[in-house]
Design a protein around this ligand. Structure first.
Ligand SMILES: Cc1cc2nc3c(=O)[nH]c(=O)nc-3n(C[C@H](O)[C@H](O)[C@H](O)COP(=O)(O)OP(=O)(O)OC[C@H]3O[C@@H](n4cnc5c(N)ncnc54)[C@H](O)[C@@H]3O)c2cc1C
Ligand SMILES: NC(=O)C1=CN([C@@H]2O[C@H](COP(=O)(O)OP(=O)(O)OC[C@H]3O[C@@H](n4cnc5c(N)ncnc54)[C@H](OP(=O)(O)O)[C@@H]3O)[C@@H](O)[C@H]2O)C=CC1
Ligand SMILES: Nc1ccccc1C(=O)C[C@H](N)C(=O)O
Length: 501
């Protein structure tokens, strides 16, 4: 289901300040849909506004954090999503001479999951559309907001005019170029930083093959995320249910720009990605490379995320990050779980009618403030980790020091860290105050495991813990070098003394 049809599920226009309190969610991407569902299940009347009529269908990796957040709101929905996803147990590295090497993500075999983003959005949106106290309005674009008067102005494409909506609570889930965020900046002292990295991306498609029986089949192992690391750039591919792969080339603009003719492109791909060129087919690859849009990559930092008791931004609107950890959406979905848990613990979750003359809902304001203050370091941590993972994926994975570190991490983890399965984490996280931690981050844990498979460990805790572990490894390195040095010296002294005798 795309965002088509009438402007609204019900055809009626929302009016705010009803007995139940109206929450207006701006942007029906995955984060907006989950936020709408979470609020509605807590008793809010929700109006979900979406500017567009369709979402682009590309695939993405959903992992434990995103799944735990969906589970917290709607466990059966999470099951349906997993059912339609393809598990990927590790990276499959492709060298220029056509060799492949599998590197597992987790020593306990945990997987990340490839799913069509359009399908994921569709699942979440359908739940929202079907929910009795959620009204969904398509082709309504937020134009401006007056937070003090508690009104939002949308441009309705169907009416071809602006409509004003009153609200009690506004959630901005309108993506990287958020207008809610821009409107909030007019009334609050928001620190804001955005950074474009000098790399861009272009999507390509690896077609399905055919098996002996004539049925479509995967041309590469579907249970891996494939990467072609080439140091300053890389190609990746994630599997789709129709047996194709969506491949994405990430490279600096200064590398891509000079490749401006078909001949140059053919030569470049056959030098760096000969096997991918063969799989995609030269004609198709060169055509897609030339015609497909080039996406830019942006990283956004903001603080605070809220204004008083009435507006808060979540998802990419609050923290767009480069996609290299596959955590952008997972983190956005986790925002919803963390915020709802904080709202619960502050007694702010249930919509209440403010008394006459009372302007501010104090528990709600307290909850938003606590969210801004406590969530910030996690969002900064994952933003930085995402940036670092690009270097790991395109370069470090091929180096002996990376393999050595992975081996040490696995060895120490096997000796010290208990395995905490997702099935025991998800139900408890759904109830936890603020979301972290349930189990202390016990024992030695690899960074990837913490970030991807341990939603009970916050991003900031994971980053700090791994920094401590790195210091220990460096210390052990010095001690070992010292022991080897002393042993060699002693052996030398003994030899000299022996010679003198
Ligand atoms: C190449 C690439 C690969 C990625 N891979 C992964 C991955 O593997 N795993 C992962 O977790 N994340 C991944 N991400 C990140 C992920 O796509 C985003 O984090 C996610 O889509 C953010 O969801 P959102 O709901 O916050 O925002 P969006 O998905 O951007 O949704 C925002 C919605 O708001 C609507 N909107 C915008 N402005 C207005 C307005 N003024 N009025 C009304 N509506 C409005 C938009 O139309 C849109 O529907 C990737 C990103 C990229 C670029
Ligand atoms: N961190 C990153 O580097 C990136 C993150 N993403 C995230 O993934 C989400 C979905 O991706 P995708 O569907 O490809 O997103 P799109 O780039 O197609 O756009 C998503 C939304 O952002 C708006 N938008 C896009 N570019 C601009 C711009 N330059 N100025 C103002 N508004 C803009 C679009 O408005 P309209 O509908 O009017 O075109 C739309 O509402 C994005 O919204 C973003 O949150 C996407 C790309 C890179
Ligand atoms: N989905 C992505 C999109 C773009 C770039 C990377 C990813 C990843 O998921 C990377 C994965 N987490 C990895 O570390 O191998």
């Amino acid at each position: 289901m795309a965002f088509t049809g009438s402007d609204s599920k019900s055809g009626k226009m929302s009016v705010g300040n009803s007995e139940t309190g109206l929450a207006v969610v701006v942007g029906a991407g995955p984060v907006g849909c989950l936020a709408a569902l979470a609020l509605a299940k807590e008793g809010w009347k929700v109006a979900l506004y979406e500017g567009r009529s369709a979402q682009r269908s590309v695939n993405l990796a959903i992992s434990s954090r995103g799944l735990a957040a969906i589970y917290a709101v709607d466990p059966p929905l999470m099951e349906r999503i997993i059912h339609d996803a393809i598990p990927m147990k590790g990276r499959m590295l492709h060298t220029t001479d056509g060799k492949t090497e599998s590197q597992l993500y987790d020593r306990n075999g945990q997987c990340i999951n490839s799913i069509d983003r359009g399908l994921l959005n569709e699942f979440l949106l359908q739940e929202a559309v079907d929910f009795p106290t959620i009204d969904v309005y398509f082709r309504h674009k937020l134009v401006t907001a007056n937070f003090d008067a508690r009104t939002l102005t949308f441009f309705s494409e169907e009416k071809n005019q602006n409509v004003d909506i009153c609200f009690d609570l506004c959630m901005g889930t309108d993506g990287s170029y958020s207008n809610v965020r821009r409107q909030m900046m007019r009334v609050t002292r928001m620190d804001y930083q955005q950074e474009y990295i000098p790399h861009e991306y272009v999507e390509l498609k690896i077609p399905a093959g055919t098996d002996e029986t004539g049925q479509p089949s995967f041309l590469l192992d579907p249970n891996h995320l494939h990467i072609w690391p080439r140091h300053s750039f890389m190609l990746i591919a994630l599997p789709n249910k129709d047996k194709t792969f969506t491949a994405t080339l990430f490279a600096p603009t200064c590398v891509l720009e000079p490749i401006d003719t078909t001949d140059k492109a053919a030569a470049w791909f056959s030098e760096y990605f000969p096997d991918a060129l063969r799989l995609i087919g030269e004609k198709k690859l060169l055509n897609d490379f030339e015609k497909n849009p080039r996406g830019s990559l942006i990283s956004i930092k903001a603080m605070p995320y809220h204004y008083k008791d009435r507006c808060i931004i979540l998802g990419d609107a609050a923290h767009s990050m480069v996609p290299f950890y596959g955590q952008g959406l997972n983190c956005g979905l986790e925002d919803v779980r963390v915020l709802i848990n904080i709202m619960r613990s502050e007694g702010a979750i249930h919509p209440r009618k403010r008394a006459t003359g009372e302007d501010v809902d104090e528990p709600l304001e307290r909850a938003f403030k606590r969210y801004s203050e406590t969530r910030h370091e996690d969002l900064v941590a994952i933003r930085d980790l995402a940036m670092n993972n690009y270097v790991e994926m395109r370069h470090s994975v091929t180096t002996p020091s990376y393999i050595f570190r992975k081996t040490v991490d696995n060895l120490f983890a096997a000796l010290t860290a208990p395995y905490v399965p997702f099935s025991s984490l998800a139900p408890r996280l759904a109830r936890e105050d603020g979301g972290f931690p349930i189990y202390a981050a016990k024992g030695w844990l690899a960074l990837y495991t913490m970030v991807t498979f341990r939603p009970d460990i916050s991003y900031a805790t994971a980053k700090k813990k791994v920094e401590r572990q790195s210091t220990i490894i460096t210390g052990l390195g010095f001690v070992s070098a010292g022991v080897v040095g002393i042993t060699v010296c002693l052996a030398g002294v003994r030899m000299i003394l022996g010679l003198r005798k």
